[in-house]
Write a protein that binds this ligand. Structure first.
Ligand code: F0G
Length: 459
């Protein structure tokens, strides 16, 4: 088989800025050893997130010029509505400025004290929007999904038995909806199988509960189904996506991922009464229902992006380039969540730095070193992001995993960029015995990872 190539050529480029090791040392100190506080111009290769960082196509940029900026009834809205409906099959399509705005509207209406919302794994904004209403967000991931070193095809699957038990324990009337996140971002970008989605739907039907998808990376998930699930090898990704959505009563989506745009999102659903409530809230918080906090040009770019993302040459390149990075660093003996996910590689910091305990933030140590070594920006997903303090003892309660995410922006970096990233990771791994733990010297009461300042221990 020949090399899988980028299925595009480059028409417009953006220079990236090189810095020296000495400069990066200084920049890192200035940023309090927190990569969120580094200026993007000081980063060579930015793997902080795959969200809103896609390169748009010539047709999407043409759509930007075509955008109809009418306040009501914009032509661009109808193109957007058709593009979303073609995939989800839903009756009501509500644009929002990004994914969390769709979540806020949905949970403001369906959440509240005494309610429980299960998911395979809630993304942090989903959890935050649920908990903000007083409801409880609960993760019911299958067991293999919790073990980084186990290789399995669908580690994003929901634990069906646990779901049914949960519904019986909490009572169906206290569960306004069940959610599935495709792919499972917080669990390593791992896909969910069609069979699992069908089984979740069966349980939902039995207890008369609506099923919603957190569909940010639906095309990547559909492509994994095509490659890994029996019976889907000859179906198109669009058909697979349509089948996925056919089991759902609705979806929230951040278009900043699989719609290949820099801003946007939507809420898609079938229940007319619920849709009317959502639209009323949308008008108060986002905008009129034919633009929902977006410009007409943004709606055009989303519509075009949704057509491009189901292209199988694109998805083959996309999934392969993530896997390629994973394989290169695995070959060097570096522990990651296996197999590689769709949008990112997650380094297992616990096994990478076994001598640095969670309370000294091993993930943060790797993140800092990747920046120092090669100007590569990544993000800690471990005790910095999810750690809580025990109220009585003040001790850190670490989450189950300490990870460093290398998220790959869509259509942005070439194979040589990825080779370079692998070299940087391997170099840091060779130096792992010299790496230090960190302590937090300043932090906010909530979502501390965005603004916290750190200090290396022993300096
Ligand atoms: N759901 C999932 C699974 C996500 O990954 C994200 C965003 C959201 C919802 C919220 O969407 O940012 O448009 O409001 N994930 C980004 C990330 C931020 O870096 O993984 P948003």
């Amino acid at each position: 088989m020949k090399t899988i190539i980028e299925p595009f050529r480059i028409k417009s480029i953006e220079p990236i800025r090189f810095t020296t090791y000495e400069e990066r040392k200084h920049i890192l100190i200035e940023a309090g050893y927190n990569p969120f506080l580094i200026r993007a111009d000081d980063v060579l290769i930015d793997l902080l997130t795959d969200s809103g960082t896609s390169a748009m196509s010539a047709k999407q940029w043409a759509g930007i010029m075509e955008g109809d900026e009418s306040y009501a009834g914009s032509r661009s809205f109808f193109r957007f509505e058709n593009a979303v409906r073609k995939i989800t099959g839903d009756k009501f399509i509500i644009p929002t400025h990004q994914g969390r705005a769709a979540e806020k509207i949905l949970f403001f209406i369906l959440g509240g004290e005494g309610k429980f919302i299960p998911n395979n794994t809630h993304f942090d904004t989903t959890r935050a929007n649920i908990e903000f209403t007083g409801a409880e967000a609960v993760d019911l991931l299958n067991e293999t999904g919790k073990h980084p070193e186990i290789r399995a095809d669908f580690k994003g699957n929901m634990d069906i038995a646990a779901l049914e038990k949960f519904i019986l324990d909490k009572k169906p009337e206290n569960i306004p909806l069940v959610m599935i996140t495709i792919t499972n971002n917080s669990g390593g970008g791992q896909p969910v199988s069609m069979q699992n989605i069908r089984e979740v739907k069966e349980v939902c039907k039995k207890y008369n509960l609506p099923l919603f998808l957190d569909a940010c990376r639906f095309a990547e998930n559909a492509y994994f189904i095509k490659r890994r699930e029996k019976g889907y090898e000859n179906k198109s990704v669009l058909e697979i996506a349509q089948e996925i959505f056919s089991y759902a009563d609705g979806a929230t989506m951040s278009a900043k991922k699989d719609a290949l745009v820099n801003i946007g999102g939507f809420l898609s659903l079938n229940d007319e009464k619920l849709a009317a409530k959502c639209r009323n809230l949308l008008i108060v918080t986002e905008g009129f229902p034919t633009y929902g906090g977006l410009a007409g040009r943004d709606l055009e770019a989303v519509a075009q992006g949704l057509e491009e993302v189901v292209d199988e040459h694109y998805l083959q390149y996309r999934i392969r380039s993530t896997e390629y990075l994973g394989e290169k660093i695995l070959e060097a003996g570096i522990p990651i969540i296996e197999p590689p996910g769709g949008h990112a590689i997650y380094i297992d910091a616990k096994r990478f730095l076994p001598n640095i305990p969670p309370r000294e933030y091993p993930g943060q140590s790797i993140v800092c070193e990747l920046y120092l070594e090669g100007g590569v920006r990544s993000v800690e997903i471990g005790s910095v992001m999810f750690g809580k303090y025990d109220k009585a003892t003040g001790k850190l309660i670490p989450p189950p995993m300490e990870l460093v995410r290398l998220a790959i922006p869509r259509r942005v970096y070439t194979q040589s960029h990825i080779d370079f990233v692998a070299e940087v990771v391997i170099e840091v791994f060779k130096k792992r015995n010299e790496l230090k733990g960190y302590e937090i010297i300043e932090e906010a009461p909530a979502l501390r990872h965005f603004t916290a300042k750190f200090k290396p221990i022993g300096n």
